[in-house]
Design a protein around this ligand. Sequence first.
Ligand code: PRP
Length: 216
Amino acid sequence: MEYLTFALAKGRLADKTMELLEKIGITCDEMKEKSRKLIFTNEKLKLKFFLAKATDVPTYVEYGAADIGIIGKDTLLEEKKNLCEVLDLEFGKCRFAVAGKEEIREKLEKSNDLRVATKYPNIAKEYFYHKKHQTVEIIKLNGSVELGPIVGLADVIVDIVETGSTLKENGLKVLEEICPVSARMVVNPVSMKLQSEKIIEIIKGLSKVTEKNTVK
Ligand code: PRP
């Protein structure tokens, strides 16, 4: 029997995912041991799990190196891969927003001469170019983007906001809401056909424990 392989985003999302999978009888003892291992197996259930950097998870699933991925909607929107998004897992909830200092609000509404710092250039482009029809300069950063408006690199940021404390502690505010974000289950389109029985069983089980329906 073929293995079914899960790619999980390293960190909190992976821990939450394993908690949820355990509720439907999918466990991996090997993963609970503290180690630097990256891939884990449950021989009995013929399952493999590996931990990857969040932004790489869609790539592993797109190429079929993993059949299933559990990843934030933020990464899915940014990476734009050919995947079947099958389930909203209802955890890892946060939102995408445009944030900056209060005094930039007016410029943000009208100006076509705005600099936007972000870890998510595709999402920022989609929002400003296609939704707001506003010409802006997008500056890609890799972390701590809140620094952008503070040190004068950018007027605003496009970023995820969870508790809002990073913005608050740095004198920034949400100025515009973009969209909500949560963890999603994605499946490789070929795996969806070849391993459909096993995968559908997992989707059904998880949608029961998250009390949500599959993504339309
Ligand atoms: C994320 C995000 C914000 C912060 C939001 O950063 O980019 O900076 O969390 O969370 P909050 O609203 O609860 O304060 P992350 O912790 O991933 O670090 P990074 O900026 O270095 O990528």
